[in-house]
Write a protein that binds this ligand. Sequence first.
Ligand code: DGI
Ligand code: FE
Ligand code: FE
Length: 408
Amino acid sequence: MNSNSIALLGGTFNPPHKAHVDMVKFALSTLGFDGVWVVPAADPPHKPVAGDVPAQVRLALTQLAFEGLPGVQVCGVELEREGKSYTWDTLTLLRGRFPKVKFSLLMGQDMLETIEQWYCAEQLLRTTPMVVYPRYGTAGGQDGLLKLVQRLRSVYSADVTVADFPVQPVSSTDLRLALAQGPLPRAVPAAVLREIVGRGLYGVRLDASRAKTQRERESIERLAGVLSEKRLNHSIAVMEEMERLSLHYGLEPERGRLAGLLHDCTKDETFENQLRLCREFDIILSNLEKRSPKLLHAITGAPVARHRFGLDDVQALEAIRYHTTGRAGMTLFDKLLYLADYVEPLRAFPGVEKVRAVVDDDLNRALALALDGTIAELLESGSLIHPDTLAARNDVLLAMEKEERHEV
Ligand code: DGI
Ligand code: FE
Ligand code: FE
């Protein structure tokens, strides 16, 4: 603990989300703090904890949200005492424990707008440097923020800095609603989301309750018999991601959802069963396919979706058939399924954030990044690369070049 300039970010973290992570990253990269300590409130003074999620659980979720970020510590100090978690008490305690550290506070604009009602507000404002992140959705707006900051400076000699980093407004209420009813929110880091799903917090249940039609309900019930719990969770997450992407890119969302739900329907079959299914459906495998077991579930998934789950949407069946490798000349449906599978919010692997960042703006670029990521991983592990994977990659690069030429 030899750092001497530490920013504290308090909050309820119910649940922690990416705007919290972005605030902390900005404090470290740009505001010059040596470290950030994130402090979940045991019993927040200003409002009850929705859903009564215990402090221990919110602390664990917060740890997952910030895991692996250098310079960040999640601090359970507010769980050590009874009663309301007043920031002034926490600061006093930390200053006693770490007399050499200079503590500042990070907060969103909405919090600063209430600060004069906080416990020991005047002491807090007179002794503690604060950085406020603008949130232009709030009552005060940009003008209101500047006026407030000026007033706090002149009345309390407060040391308030406005961060040049407007935070995307994320409503925890909306997040909790999305968790309970779908679609799984992208604003929650994957590690946190997995924990929430694993523990069934916020009323999340990835089962037939996520169905919007009788058809989906029956499919989910049937899938539950052939897929592991993790794989079913993933399938439902892809269904919901497909709905989002379909609405965005102009595919009928019900078609997208069903393909997303069924895309991995044979993923948990054994190798022997995959070969049996190939024989049953008269599929002739290439040598390379026989040696790449991971590819078989896409090849067998399409006829199983058709004959066992009654899916008769030819474009959906083709998208399932090519969801693992891609192919030359991918249709919109193919691309959406490939990408929904790659970026659904439970996915956590290196490179996924880069694809998430562009998937709503540029489908081809997202696809190229995803295919490059897959190919890089295959090279890294010395795996065979299917010609369809290479064809998909080259094809999308050529399509992008063509688009660029037309732009000029
Ligand atoms: O079924 P999922 O795990 O949800 O995802 P997926 O169907 O995209 O499968 C991903 C796996 O498939 C991953 O381990 C990489 C592998 N894969 C993708 N393209 C190729 C490939 N494996 C080989 N051998 N060759 C490929 O071209
Ligand atoms: Fe798959
Ligand atoms: Fe999948």
